[in-house]
Write a protein of this length. Structure first.
Length: 163
């Protein structure tokens, strides 16, 4: 049991910020909802950690739990609204010029307009996950994901240039 606790603490420390940022994307910037979602994700990780068979990368497993938890909550509460994100992404807070901040705000408003799956894909892409890992999380082939990412980027470029 102690080994499981140690493992969970290490997972929490290594993945908390990434999980929280992904939840922020789904919560359209509502920090309280993102914190609730993040807590639910880590409860599920704790409950299922002993059954994790290490057939997949641990981060892929964590992202899959995160995406599923967020989608389930959105469907359950029927709260999904296409609205601009009104939050600062923690990863961009340091070394951000006013112009860069404006561009990032514009980009995240455009991301908020994407459908749920596209939003998850682009947020994981921005987090720096490899496309193969994102494909595994989303349950699609690597090639299909590559095409999808290209299309999402085109949508975002179009949106940010018209925003």
């Amino acid at each position: 049991m102690e080994n499981l606790k140690t493992r969970f603490v290490a997972i929490h420390e290594a993945h908390f910020q990434k999980v929280f940022r992904l939840c922020m994307g789904y919560a359209s910037g509502d920090q309280n909802e993102a914190q609730d979602l993040t807590q639910e994700v880590f409860i599920k990780i704790w409950q299922n950690l002993k059954d994790f068979r290490q057939e997949a990368n641990i981060s892929t497993w964590i992202y899959r739990i995160t995406v599923n938890t967020c989608l389930l909550k959105i469907r359950k509460e029927k709260k999904f609204k296409r609205q601009p994100l009104n939050f600062d992404i923690p990863v961009f807070e340091n070394n951000t010029t006013p112009d860069r901040k404006l561009l990032l705000d514009k980009m995240y408003r455009c991301i908020a307009l994407l459908n749920q799956k596209d939003k998850a894909i682009i947020i994981m892409t921005l987090e720096g996950l490899e496309q193969k890992e994102i494909a595994a999380v989303m349950g699609v082939s690597h090639e299909a994901l590559r095409v999808k990412v290209h299309r999402i980027k085109k949508k975002l470029i179009k949106c940010t240039s018209h925003e």
